[in-house]
Design a protein around this ligand. Sequence first.
Ligand SMILES: [Fe+2]
Ligand SMILES: [Fe+2]
Length: 386
Amino acid sequence: METYFSISIDYVATDGVLNYPLFINSSALADRPRYIRIRTIGDETAHEELKELRNKYGQIYVRELDRELYVDFLLGEQSEFKLEDRAQAIKDLTIQHLEKVFTPSTTETKLDSLKDTIYACRDSVVYLNKVIKDCDLEKIHHLISNINFHDFYTFDHSINVCLYNMYLFKQLRPNAKEEKIIDAGLSGLLHDLGKVKIPTSLINKPGKLSHEEFSLMKEHVRFGQSMLTDIETGLKGIDVPLIKNVVYQHHENYDGSGYPEGKSGNSIDMVARMTSYADFFDAVTTKRAYHQPLPLDAALQVMEGTKGMKLDPSMFSFVANSLKNYRKELNVGDEMLVMDPAFDPCRPCEELPLKKEIVQEKNFGQVIVGGKNDLRNKLNKITKKK
Ligand SMILES: [Fe+2]
Ligand SMILES: [Fe+2]
């Protein structure tokens, strides 16, 4: 059976000739759609008339098999659309796939459909990579802040982590093949897959989670891993072991204080360490249902304070170098923001748990990797600001 996806009329060329056919659904029955072609390849767009059809039938559709033609038009050299519009259009497509991934009945009862959806997600990551190909970190953040919210958590967050992962991967591995960049992006897109098994009320709960609730929340890493294990044999051409590592390890901390296993340093997969960065960065810089975002330089300062504890220190310079005006060194007497070590990007909080501190030692940012005590040692080097 042929499948279709809806597109916004804003992303159909205002003038000129179409290079893909357009459809409307003329059926009033939700379970029995009836798609009718309203434009074929080579037709004039006739935008005003198209708008009337959209207003009458609610949506304009493209056939799944024409997806590439549609995306070529959007992202091609001749594209008349601004970067924000292209990002928005590809984000809309990606969300349609994520909605299938994060629908519990689909994942539990139709594993084949989950496989197909993961392939479709991979295609979306290829398109997202094309959209951000010339963007630096600030530009990507700007883009994220300027395209529409879909939800306050899962979908927007997954796409953001995907974008940051691809950016970071390219910084860390400048000669990487596109395939590897896409694997890193897809790992980011699916890193919180296991949350499909966590009640939404918990994911968006603005207050503090109880011990039991947080214990359940932490299980999303195991849930995601086992969902991928169930379908991995059918996923050819996708680096499933990598994605499983990222799904399972993205809450491990560099100093061994994370979960589920308390792995430390380089025993955590490199892409999982990178995903922790992206996860943290997105959690503190993006508006959530339950807290206001930090500006980029403040976010970086907070991340600098946790490097070697929560985050891999070797990745910090790649992030810091991406911000033109970021002050690279902290001196004795400088004020800095310090994040509560218990902060978890997956744990909702009404306000980010930050404190202002004064740097007491010149080499505050230097890192010694060892055990959980690193955190205490490091925090001993600063004193609370009065
Ligand atoms: Fe997570
Ligand atoms: Fe996350």
